[in-house]
Design a protein around this ligand. Structure first.
Ligand code: ASP
Length: 476
């Protein structure tokens, strides 16, 4: 391995890596379409009566069925999200549309948003008071204006101009019994379950497109004018075809502070995390316990539902026949065996390489290299091409275990290049009696069916060591 030759190295990286490259294992099990729905986090079904449990389950099933019908007839993700959320907004057992919780002064102020993962088009409404289906108004903001978010009076006016169905504000109270605003404002149920029943839907359609939407009455007894995460793109809702679609539910302020929905996509996009790992990290490590939950679907049809509250109403279906509803998930939906992140997998391989080297086995050390004549190995200004030549070179250079010494790899830095490629920078040191040496290395790993392999290896020798030993050509 050699002194740094960045240009040469970059040309190889660009030539070898396709940003669209999806591991074949993931692609193999991809359903044609997938849908996930939530009906809010925060509620503890142990405290609910049977009537409430049945109503919730019925509502989730109806929404999922509407979504499944839509998707199996070839409808788009964005149309399906709107259809499904309208079903839930019309069902008074959810905190959205008709069943919205109320402000401190006893009024319904509704928020909603929708996003198309293919085009990144999005629309949202906040603090609206007389629209029957806020998700459809959000969709119209997306399609009929140059804006993303309309709030309050302006949004209600826009609704009038668009001719969407309007309702008397009493509509939002009628399901609670007599339309008595004072009685509703002191409603005990609202007080006990402060954030509960928001609805959301995420979809992968049969054309490969993603979409997400969320609709809510917000948090119970909120200050008039308070706006939560549900209408904030990137906080409560996000969809991008390169990664996933996400809808959140919970204490909106926390979701806004942590840009939760966008962060799931960013973890996939920039850190190469699988969807389940990205969601688990956010739900378990980034958000405080008891804050909420989220649903997500990846562009490969992977479905994730997680909550860190006692329960979350949620449901999932896909083209393979999956159809399930829950009022809460074991361990909040966190996987028992979390798939390892690319960083963790590659770290383990590099640690194993060091152990193999230190046990004197160059053959075992070489197992992490790509067994191909396309492998490139750059050391001391010389490029060795191919696995066999590289192995031969190592063996010639380190004929004995004394010559091999004891290696350490430290200061590792990981830079994902795509979901199936990772660049790793680090420092190597060889401790041995003859002449200790060390330097820096840059590795490019690529994911193959049988795991991550080094496809390019580029090594330099540290200045200090270089000048002391006048080493021209040393190996990692
Ligand atoms: N996230 C919603 C809000 O803060 C409430 C909820 O999901 O229950 O407005």
């Amino acid at each position: 391995m050699s002194h740094s030759r960045t240009l040469f190295f970059s040309a190889f990286v660009l030539g070898a890596i396709s940003m669209d490259d999806i591991p074949s294992a993931l692609a193999a099990g991809k359903p044609e379409w997938a849908i996930v729905v939530h009906g809010g986090a925060g509620g503890d079904q142990a405290k609910w009566d049977q009537q409430k449990i049945d109503a919730r389950k019925r509502g989730l099933k109806a929404a999922l069925r509407a979504g499944g019908d839509s998707l199996s007839s070839g409808a788009s993700a964005i149309d399906t999200v709107e259809t499904v959320i309208r079903v839930l907004e019309d069902d008074a057992s959810f905190n959205a549309g008709r069943g919205a919780v109320l402000t401190e002064d006893g009024h319904a102020e509704l928020d909603a948003s929708i996003m198309d993962g293919k085009t990144h088009a999005c629309g949202a409404v906040a603090g609206i008071t007389k629209v029957k289906n806020p998700i459809s108004l959000a969709r119209l903001v997306m399609s009929e204006t140059k804006h993303v978010l309309l709030a309050g009076k302006g949004a209600d006016k826009f609704a009038e101009a668009q001719g969407v169905p309007l309702v008397d504000p009493k509509y939002f109270l009628s399901h609670r019994g007599p339309a008595n605003v004072d009685a509703v404002a002191t409603n005990e149920t609202d007080r006990e379950e402060p954030h509960f029943g928001t609805v959301g839907c995420v979809v992968l359609d049969s054309h490969g497109n993603l979409a997400a939407g969320t609709s809510t009455g917000g948090t119970s007894k909120k200050l008039p004018g308070r706006i939560g995460d549900s209408p904030i793109i990137g906080a409560g809702t996000y969809a991008a075809n390169d990664s996933c679609a996400v809808s959140g539910t919970g204490i909106g302020e926390e979701y806004i502070r942590n840009s939760v929905a966008y962060d799931v996509a960013a973890q996939m996009r920039y850190a190469g995390q699988p969807l389940a790992a990205a969601v688990t990290e956010i739900m378990r490590e980034r958000l405080k316990p008891g804050v909420g939950g989220l649903i997500a679907v990846s562009n490969q049809g992977e479905i994730v539902m997680q909550h860190n509250t006692p329960g979350m109403s949620c449901a999932a279906a896909d083209s393979t026949g999956r159809f399930e509803t829950h009022l809460g998930l074991e361990r909040g939906g966190a996987p028992v065996n979390l798939p390892k992140s690319p960083k963790a997998e590659i770290s383990a391989l590099i640690e194993q390489q060091a152990r193999d080297w230190n046990a004197g086995s160059i053959d075992a050390f070489m197992k992490v290299y790509w067994n191909s004549e396309e492998l490139t190995f750059s050391s001391g200004g010389n490029v060795t091409r191919g696995f066999t030549s590289t192995l031969g070179r190592y063996k010639k250079r380190y004929p004995t275990t004394e010559a091999m010494g004891q290696v350490t790899f430290t200061d590792l830095e990981f830079l994902p290049l795509s979901r199936a490629a990772m660049q790793v920078l680090g420092v190597w040191n060889l401790d041995r009696e003859s002449e200790p040496i060390g330097g820096r290395f840059t590795l490019v790993f690529r994911r193959f069916a049988d795991g991550w392999k080094i496809v390019h290896d580029h090594t330099s020798v540290l200045e200090k060591v270089d000048s002391e030993t006048n080493a021209e050509s040393q190996d990692r």
